[in-house]
Design a binder for this molecule. Structure first.
Ligand code: AMP
Ligand code: MG
Length: 329
């Protein structure tokens, strides 16, 4: 199969609609990361997603809908606070897990009774969802375990020959996957941290819990138990208090004939004068938006990426730290 990359135009959106309606999977841009889309009610198409990605079959998918879509066609909304969250954060990088009405195929929810739903804010993605007017499941458009793509080219590098079309909607501005929030209970619970932070959710609902996943737990959000986001090179992860260890490992790698790169936020660059650095940027939002891009740049030029952790886990740093631990830890 040849894989086309097309910019978003009326013609390419129409082609994507045709392919999706005919049971194909298509690479699509969103504001978080690029997704691999399939119509959520089409069992065969959804199975294709799992095959193409090599995704574990017990890891459910998020259904994406346009901003005027009536969610109650797909799920039960059980608590008044859910409407307030929708009002505040949708469209945007927030996924809500609710009781499914069973419209979406069982492959998409891995046989479960809940469904995760998101309304992406990316303009081109909204246009596609609008002309299709059907829910589209879209996990990140990478091979399972690899770093998530934030450009059409990243998608191509993983899925060339496996999908007919990748819509190019520019670099994803958010840079990390959506916050996944379980809203089936009295109090919302974060299953996966992202750009909509605990603090932002609390400002609407008063309270917000964070799901703790320990080894051996029956996991509420299966995706969080898997290895994830790994670049195709060696990695190491140190805290900001371990700068001396970063430098030691860097020197050792050089001696061993390797090409090491240090990946850190801009404020630490001064600690690594004369060394190869992948600069993540200054603010938490900037760092989130650059993280996967820098990992994917790094895997091409480095044998070893030595990453430095964030200074704390407040706000957006919580999602960044979650991805850093899985990709480099
Ligand atoms: P991905 O689309 O690859 O970024 O992954 C989607 C994330 O949402 C994974 O962590 C899934 O486990 C999680 N997820 C999807 N559907 C559900 C659901 N019904 N209940 C809990 N977590 C879900
Ligand atoms: Mg993913």
């Amino acid at each position: 199969m040849t894989t086309q990359i097309l910019p978003i135009t009326n013609e390419s959106l129409e082609l994507a609609k045709q392919l999706l309606s005919n049971g194909q999977v298509v690479g699509i841009p969103t504001e978080t990361v690029y997704g691999l889309g399939a119509v959520a009610t089409d069992s065969l198409a959804v199975k294709k997603i799992f095959e193409v990605k090599g995704r574990p079959s017990d890891n459910p998918l998020i259904a994406h809908v346009h901003k005027d879509y009536d969610l109650t066609k797909l799920v039960e909304i059980n608590h008044p606070y859910v409407y307030r969250l929708m009002q505040e954060f949708m469209p945007g990088p927030l996924t809500l897990v609710m009781q499914s009405k069973g419209v979406v195929c069982k492959e998409a929810v891995c046989g479960g009774d809940t469904l995760a739903i998101r309304m992406p804010s990316h303009e081109g993605c909204q246009q596609l969802l609008k002309i299709l007017d059907m829910p589209v499941v879209a996990p990140s458009a990478n091979l399972s375990k690899h770093t998530s793509p934030v450009t059409a080219r990243h998608v191509y590098n993983d899925l060339n020959g496996l999908v007919p079309l990748i819509l190019d909607g520019g670099k994803s501005t958010g840079g990390i996957e959506s916050t996944v929030l379980d809203v089936t209970g009295e109090v919302p619970r974060i299953l996966r941290a992202g750009l909509v932070t605990k603090e932002m959710i609390e400002s609407v609902t008063g309270k917000c819990l964070i799901a703790m996943h320990k080894e051996g737990d029956k996991v509420k959000s299966p995706g969080v138990k898997y290895k994830h986001y790994k670049p195709n090179c060696q990695t190491a992860l140190f805290t900001e208090e371990q700068i001396d260890k970063v430098n030691l490992l860097y020197e050792q790698a050089l001696k061993d004939g390797q090409k090491p790169y240090i990946m850190c936020r801009s404020d630490l660059i001064g600690e690594f004068k004369g060394k190869n650095v992948l600069d993540l940027g200054k603010t938490p939002k900037e760092i989130a938006s650059n993280l996967y891009d820098k990992l994917l740049e790094g895997e091409k030029i480095a044998d070893l990426i030595i990453a430095v952790e964030m200074p704390n886990e407040q706000g957006v740093y919580m999602g960044i730290m979650n991805r850093l631990r899985k990709s480099c830890g």
